[in-house]
Design a protein around this ligand. Structure first.
Ligand SMILES: [Zn+2]
Length: 476
């Protein structure tokens, strides 16, 4: 795998590699992945099984956090996760020398519902952020508030209007804004009728400016990238063809390049031995697997199986791959644990740190029965005037039920072990399993937000149309 990784990296066109920082970084990566010594690598090495080094991180008072949210990124399109194309050399490096989560799921297939759950570690029914007009209340205590209060300089740079401050997502950030857009090199927009101005290069530039200014302070930087969502790529580095699916892969490669550039800047600023880097996503994207293109319409694996990588400021050799099912609500409890911050009470998510440490000590962790995983989508999310059409995915053991709250008889059941692509509906064939999981879904649907009130915003039709364009095909 490492040989393939190196060749793939070397073969790529030279426009990005012309940046000297990137070349230095590349040399370090190849050295690391070919088993060379520690000279030039991004992260200082630790020996295999040395779990104490991770526990020691929580005692450090100089650790920063870089949280890169890559909108619309499917886990199964990343090379380290088994995809045959070399779409993701930098993410591969971070995964193979850090902690990767192989069965990780988002809480929705639509940005706002998904991100509200990620930041609060609560399932969607408990955030109440289910539709276009909902926002997070000030009662919600978000990670940026926790980290700001712990002394971090907080900044959020985002390009998706669903996570704007208007919807409550800016709480705790000193700076929370879109980057200034510049002309874009190449864009494919066959799916999205409304373009977002600029590209993720603008976000990387803003992030770099922030780091140059604040690198001597302790920081939490959240970057929300959108080029994959928008099918934006760089013509000079595109190598995967021209179909929509190819363009998606080109866009992943382009995004990976941008992340390399940012890490090159961080390397220059000597931040890489004191920064935890998280790579996550809010949902995937469909290519007709279940008759739908895009996302925000159902909850199948192609739109809910997302990547998660936590890259520590120490290099794990080998990296840890967590194979137990995990979810986006688990991210922040795990990060709080790593940073030595107390976990807020009554979260739906939980820290995976104990499993990570066990994996390091024993080579693998014993499977944990974590109870069911949940995802939620209101299929009327973009139509304020319409009644709710809830869909709940409940997964426990090998089975996953897509419970249709509007028409329970239309629910679907899949065996995720035998049929991970969710192609064979077992709803009629396995009535006992379906009934057991349906009961869990119904219970969830009867629950409400944990806060007394979830803000309802007034959004004008023009703004709503722009925002709707960030999901697709909602006029049904
Ligand atoms: Zn999204």
């Amino acid at each position: 795998m490492f040989d393939r990784f190196s060749r793939g990296t070397m073969r790529r066109p030279a426009s990005v590699a012309a940046d000297l920082a990137w070349v230095a970084l590349l040399a370090g990566l190849i050295s690391a992945c070919s088993g060379g010594d520690d000279g030039g690598d991004l992260r200082p090495a630790v020996l295999e099984g040395h779990a104490e080094r991770i526990s020691e991180l929580s005692k450090r008072d100089d650790l920063n956090l870089l949280f890169i949210l890559i909108d619309t990124l499917r886990a199964d399109r990343l090379h380290y996760a088994g995809y045959e194309r070399e779409t993701s050399p930098m993410l591969d490096y971070l995964a193979l020398t850090g902690i990767s989560f192989q069965r990780h799921a988002s809480q929705s297939s639509w940005t706002k519902t998904s991100m509200a759950s990620m930041w609060t570690s609560l399932y969607p029914v408990h955030t109440g952020v289910l539709r276009a007009q909902n926002g997070l209340p000030t009662d919600a205590r978000l990670p940026a508030e926790v980290l700001r209060d712990a002394g971090f300089r907080t900044a959020g740079i985002w390009r998706n209007g669903w996570v704007s401050g208007q919807f409550g997502f800016g709480q705790g950030f000193y700076v929370y804004d879109r980057p200034t857009p510049r002309p874009v090199r190449k864009v494919e927009r066959r799916r999205t009728p409304h373009a977002i101005p600029g590209s993720d290069s603008d976000a990387i530039d803003s992030a770099t400016a922030f780091l140059r200014q604040h690198h001597q302070e302790r920081f939490f930087l959240y970057l929300h990238l959108m080029d994959i969502h928008q099918y934006v790529y760089d013509e000079d580095t595109a190598i995967f063809g021209t179909s929509l699916s190819d363009v998606y892969d080109n866009s992943i490669l382009h995004t990976d390049d941008l992340i390399s550039l940012l890490l090159g800047q961080m390397n220059k600023l000597e931040l890489l031995d004191k920064t935890i880097i998280v790579i996550g996503s809010d949902h995937g994207d469909a290519f007709g697997e279940h008759g739908i293109e895009g996302h925000a319409r159902d909850l199948h694996a192609e739109v809910t199986h997302v990547p998660l990588v936590i890259s520590l400021p120490i290099r794990l050799r080998p990296g840890v791959a967590i194979t137990d099912p995990t979810e986006n609500v688990d991210i922040w409890p795990t990060l709080y644990d790593l940073l030595g911050l107390p976990l807020p009470p009554d979260l739906d998510g939980r820290s995976v740190l104990p499993q990570i440490l066990k994996s390091l000590e024993h080579g693998s962790s014993s499977p944990v029965d974590r109870g069911p995983r949940f995802a939620y989508l209101d299929r009327s999310w973009g139509r304020i005037e319409r009644a709710s059409r809830p869909l709940v995915a409940v997964e426990q053991g090998i089975y996953r039920l897509h419970y249709d709250g509007e028409n329970p008889a239309a629910s679907r059941l899949y065996d995720m072990h035998a049929d991970p692509g969710e192609l064979k509906n077992l709803f009629a064939a396995k009535p006992d399993v379906a009934a057991r999981l349906a009961q869990q879904a119904v219970k969830r649907l009867s629950e409400t937000a944990v806060w007394p009130e979830v803000p309802t915003l007034e959004i004008d039709e023009m703004q709503l149309n722009q925002l709707r364009a960030l999901g697709y095909h909602i006029d049904e």
